[in-house]
Design a protein around this ligand. Structure first.
Ligand SMILES: *Cc1c(COP(=O)(O)O)cnc(C)c1O
Length: 245
């Protein structure tokens, strides 16, 4: 079946897709009266091969996000010569914290004190403190990751006591909504949660809102996102989980 939109996109190479995503971010930032340079694009490369990461890197992309530790380490091995900033955005398990602490620059998906303590203890001394965001679950869906509003402040206080972690802000994946107004309302609630956290923790560096993906990055930018995490609109549709190099 002929789908003009899909085939048009498919013909684009990764460099063109990156330009398109940057154009969308810039347009959304300007419309919101923001400096487009305050919004960074995290290329979500989970399930994508190392060759695709290299191609985007050659187009100027530096920050890549991965969700599965073993897959990420395998690709990092292939890409060691590149100055990539690696972000972990997936579910965190205790038995993977040592690898994450040693091989990533950021963790967006922190939601448990126990994991925070392990990452702090396992962060190698030769590396700077690990940048972390607390994953906030505002929709309170049972199956979703993240802490609720009540759990946010206690976890933040605990992280702020851990010298090898650098608390930067909040990450959220709101339930999927197809209308812009609904998306904007969800992202605005995340921004308000960060503002409340800043009031409760004065003097801290809470400068990060990691929110917005391929389908809703415009609304996220309008609500002050500083990292949009984009997979599908950069790399195309994902195959099954676990594709590697
Ligand atoms: C997969 C993933 C994304 C990217 O989603 P797309 O809709 O493909 O842009 C963003 N954030 C997280 C946490 C993800 O797991």
């Amino acid at each position: 079946m002929y789908k003009p939109g899909a085939s048009y996109k498919y013909m684009h190479n990764l460099r063109d897709r990156l330009t398109e995503v940057h154009d969308r971010v810039q347009k959304a930032a300007r419309a919101a009266g923001r400096d487009p340079r305050d919004v960074r694009v995290l290329a979500v490369s989970k399930t994508q091969p190392a060759g695709a990461i290299r191609e985007l890197y050659e187009a100027g992309q530096r920050a890549f996000g991965e969700s599965y530790v073993r897959e990420a380490l395998e690709k990092q091995e292939h890409l060691r010569s590149l100055a990539i900033e690696w972000h972990f955005i997936g579910p965190l398990q205790s038995n993977k914290t040592r690898d994450i602490a040693a091989n990533f620059d950021w963790v967006h998906s922190l939601e448990r004190e126990k994991i925070a303590v392990r990452l702090n203890d396992q962060r190698p001394a030769a590396l700077p403190a690990l940048n972390v965001c607390i994953q906030l679950n505002l929709d309170a869906e049972a199956a979703k990751q993240g802490v609720d509003r009540a759990g946010m402040l206690p976890l933040a206080r605990r992280i702020l006591d851990l010298p090898r972690l650098r608390l930067r802000g909040l990450m959220a994946i709101p339930a999927r909504r197809d209308d812009y107004a609904g998306q904007l309302a969800a992202f605005t609630a995340v921004r308000e949660a960060l503002e409340a956290l800043r009031v409760s923790c004065p003097g801290t560096e809470l400068d990060t809102l990691s929110m917005g993906m391929s389908g809703d990055l415009e609304a996220a930018v309008a609500a002050d996102s500083t990292w949009v995490r984009v997979g599908t609109d950069l790399f195309g549709p994902r195959a099954a989980k676990g594709a590697t190099v």
